[in-house]
Design a protein around this ligand. Structure first.
Ligand code: GDP
Ligand code: IMO
Ligand code: MG
Length: 423
């Protein structure tokens, strides 16, 4: 059995959680490979909305095993809260969730460092979710981090103290006013560590290797989106992990030649939350209408997401970097009721037309060039087959496929599991 991979092609929040949930029945194992509680993956079914942060989106299926891989950074406090939120749905978390010993832990002081760093940047801030992601990955690559496996060691508390003390002196270096009570935060952290100990820790690369040998079907779940990738995103306005396909190899220990399908998810338009360039961003009532109809408010921070037209230059770039084999277009229903739609097909870059994503996409360098499309009025949310979709939407979809040269296999027409059209 091969391993498939699902990831976001824009700036996150494309609808990864929904589609992983929809696809889970085809897989034995769902494995998250990077990011941490900066993610908010929404699933909707039976009239209930669930938001997952660290737990893979296969957790609601009895038959699936959910792996939190070595590439993920875990805040035990957030994970505990997620587990508590699921308790009322009678999900046997202990049998369905397993955690890599090599995943790094987010300490309370990582969150404080995130806040101190952002405050000190002033207007140049990244717009981080302030979940401690950047500082935790910095400690990982700086070879100072604390991993899940360290919880089992006798000197765990001493290791914790040494790192937290170092962080406190770093916080004072930033010289910003930060109100916090570390004692309270630590109490909460160590209580969550005790609960974490009740879960199963594994050497996930070995587990996944064996699962492949046993013919199990594995789906790797990405977080964030390709344009937030630490290498290929709009640096420095990115997250601190590789959100692109290669991240699944390093974040799970899966060899590149084992990956078969790469599912790339994108919204029929574009959103971004946090700072950084966004060439097709709309500042007018059209953008506001998208945000309102699309309910574009962050699932983690509640911040309003910036909205804009679909950007094919950026989409092609993401498809290339990831080797996407199948596309999934989300939130087509949100575009119902617009007389005219636009798709950005190239950029005017310092006076010449280009079709690739340049190093610098700040507004002073890049002006999007658009092609217009006729909109449709019909409500899509009850439609269940591709055939019945409005002709204008089909033209929109088929134009994207032709340009990107990858088939769109799923068209999503609403947040619910059932509002998913397979082609
Ligand atoms: P993720 O981070 O990629 O999992 O995406 P989020 O859950 O952060 O954001 C996607 C939002 O869009 C969630 O509120 C979903 O419930 C919702 N959603 C997903 N697919 C669709 C769709 O096709 N139509 C509409 N209207 N909403 C959708
Ligand atoms: P999912 O998995 C959308 C954004 C933040 C900020 C930047 C850095 O739900 O798609 P960080 O907290 O990593 O330091 O923030 O990245 N960001 C996301 N935007 N969806 C996400 O995750 C995001 N995770 C981080 O808003 O701009
Ligand atoms: Mg999200």
């Amino acid at each position: 059995m091969a391993v498939d991979l699902l990831l976001g092609l824009q700036w996150g929040d494309e609808g990864k959680g929904k589609i992983v949930d929809v696809l889970t029945s085809k897989y034995d194992i769902i494995a998250r490979f990077q990011g941490g509680p900066n993610a908010g993956h929404t699933l909707e079914f039976d009239g209930i909305k669930h938001v997952l942060r660290t737990i893979p989106s296969g957790i609601f299926h009895e038959s699936s095993t959910n792996v939190i891989g070595n590439g993920v950074v875990i805040d035990p406090v957030v994970l505990q809260k997620e587990i508590n939120d699921l308790a009322k749905f009678k999900i046997d978390i202990k049998s369905r969730l397993i955690i890599s010993r090599k995943a790094h832990l987010i300490l309370p002081t990582h969150r404080l460092l995130d806040a101190a760093s952002e405050t000190s940047k002033g207007k140049a801030k990244i717009g981080s979710t302030l979940k401690g992601i950047g500082p935790t990955y910095m400690d990982k690559t700086g070879r100072n981090g604390i991993r899940v496996g360290d919880i089992e060691l006798e000197d765990f508390k001493e290791r914790y103290r040494a790192l937290a003390d170092k962080h406190e002196s770093m916080i004072s270096f930033y010289n910003v006013a930060l109100q916090y009570n570390l004692e309270e935060l630590e109490e909460e952290f160590f209580a969550a560590i005790e609960s974490l100990k009740e879960l199963t820790f594994i050497d996930s690369e070995e587990y996944l290797h064996q699962a492949q040998k046993d013919g199990k079907a594995i789906l790797c779940e990405g977080a964030q989106g390709s344009l937030l990738d630490i290498d290929f995103g709009t640096y420095p306005f990115v997250t601190s992990s590789n959100t692109t396909a290669a991240g699944a190899c390093t974040g799970l220990g899966i060899a590149p030649n084992k990956i078969k399908e790469v599912y790339g998810i994108f919204k029929a338009y574009v959103t971004r939350v946090g700072s950084g360039p966004f060439p097709t961003e709309l500042f007018d009532e059209v953008g506001t209408k998208m945000a309102t109809i699309g309910n574009e408010f962050g699932s983690v921070t509640g911040r309003q997401r910036r909205c804009g037209w679909l950007d094919l230059v950026a989409l092609k770039y993401a498809v290339q970097v990831n080797g996407v084999t199948q596309l999934m277009m989300m939130k087509g229903d949100v575009l119902s009721g617009f007389d005219t739609l636009k798709i950005c097909t190239s950029y005017n870059y310092k006076g010449s037309t280009i079709e690739h994503l340049p190093y610098n996409i700040e507004p002073e360098n890049v002006t999007p060039v658009y092609q217009e499309f006729k909109g449709w009025q019909a409500d899509l949310t009850g439609m269940t087959t591709y055939e019945v979709l409005p002709a204008e939407l089909k033209a929109y979809i088929e134009f994207i496929e032709k340009e990107v040269e990858v088939p769109i296999k799923i068209v999503s027409v609403g947040p619910d599991r059932k509002q998913t059209i397979m082609r």
